[in-house]
Design a protein around this ligand. Structure first.
Ligand code: ADP
Ligand code: MG
Length: 311
């Protein structure tokens, strides 16, 4: 089978963990061990989140006295693809001797007239006191909004339309290359007035890009791997119950939070609706068990898995 896996940013940097390189590399080693189990039997494409890492690099850039202005978000997105891509590349090469592995820096096309540009809504970076946030907003041309009792920068999160390097990725996958790509949802770019690719200050949702890429590559399975065992009904209440099997239709009847489970559910529902194939949400460590049907929340058109005759 051809499997596309999206790794949560939180699986690479656990909540509350300091963002030191060593801690992240330990987590990447654990991720690679789990992915290697899939890769020995299947074609594998790996995408990953970058939320926490973008926050760290953006802050460093904002505080660098040598710079006249901080590096733009598209450039920081590329930095995280290089950094996380390198960690995953090496860990997967070590876990799978003899296997060809590639990590790409690559872009995701969005529409220059996406309504998200008129309503930046995705929080990035740290929280500030209101006055400090307004000062930074004036200095760097940021939009800031209230997040709880702090003020944070918000950026547009336009809908991904196409992974620019889709054809290249397809070739690599066909050649048996384990390909790491579309990190952080891909570096957001638009086509400008003269038809040229141009980076923009935005953040693309990694799960939505992953679903789009899985569809374009004709993956049989799309998995979004994170730090919870699956999707739960009544999450965080005493009546919480895990969903083992479901359909896009059933999932869409429920409400999930916009900043976390919402986009994941949207991404898996969309993949299953458009392809009729299987998508799942679950824990990174459970990747192989999810495929067997013994862990995670599995989404198929009919709400059943595994199909008859699957080994
Ligand atoms: P990632 O970095 O993997 O994308 P997110 O934080 O975006 O992680 O999404 C996973 C988180 O979603 C979980 O850690 C959990 O706290 C939260 N969550 C919100 N609603 C639900 C739900 N109904 N079922 C399971 N997890 C949920
Ligand atoms: Mg997320």
């Amino acid at each position: 089978m051809r499997i596309l896996v999206a790794l949560g940013g939180n699986a690479l940097l656990r909540r509350g963990q300091r963002p030191d390189a060593e801690a992240q590399r330990d987590n990447v080693l654990a991720a690679a061990a789990s992915l290697a189990k899939l890769a020995v039997r299947h074609e594998l494409i790996v995408t990953h989140g970058n939320g926490p890492q973008v926050g760290v690099l953006a802050l460093e850039s904002a505080h660098d006295p040598e710079l006249s202005r901080p590096y733009p978000l598209d450039t920081i997105g590329a930095e995280t693809q290089g950094m996380i891509g390198y960690w995953l590349l090496q860990a997967l090469q070590n876990a799978l001797p003899g296997r060809q592995v590639a990590a790409l820096v690559n872009q995701t096309l969005v529409s220059a007239v996406d309504p998200a540009f008129d309503d930046p809504a995705k929080f990035v970076g740290q929280g500030y006191e209101k006055e400090e946030a307004e000062k930074l907003a004036a200095r760097y041309g940021w939009t800031v909004k209230q997040d709880g009792d702090r003020w944070r920068r918000v950026v547009p999160s336009p809908v991904p339309q196409r992974v620019v390097e889709t054809r290249l990725i397809r070739r690599l996958v066909r050649d048996g290359v384990l390909t790491i790509c579309a990190g952080g949802g891909g570096i957001p770019v638009i086509r400008n007035e003269v038809g040229l690719l141009q980076g923009i200050e935005a953040v693309v949702d990694k799960d939505l890009t992953a679903a789009l890429l899985a569809e374009a590559l004709e993956a049989d399975v799309f998995m979004s791997l994170t730090d919870v065992p699956g999707v739960a009904r009544n999450f965080g209440t005493p009546r919480q119950e895990e969903i083992a099997r479901t359909t896009p239709h059933e999932l869409r009847a429920e409400h999930f939070p916009a900043g976390s489970m919402g986009p994941k559910v949207e991404a898996v529902a969309r993949f299953v609706e458009t392809t009729g194939d299987m998508a799942a949400i679950g824990r990174l460590e459970d990747a192989a068990r999810i495929l067997e049907g013994t862990a995670g929340t599995i989404v198929t058109p009919g709400g059943t898995w595994p199909p008859d005759g699957m080994p």
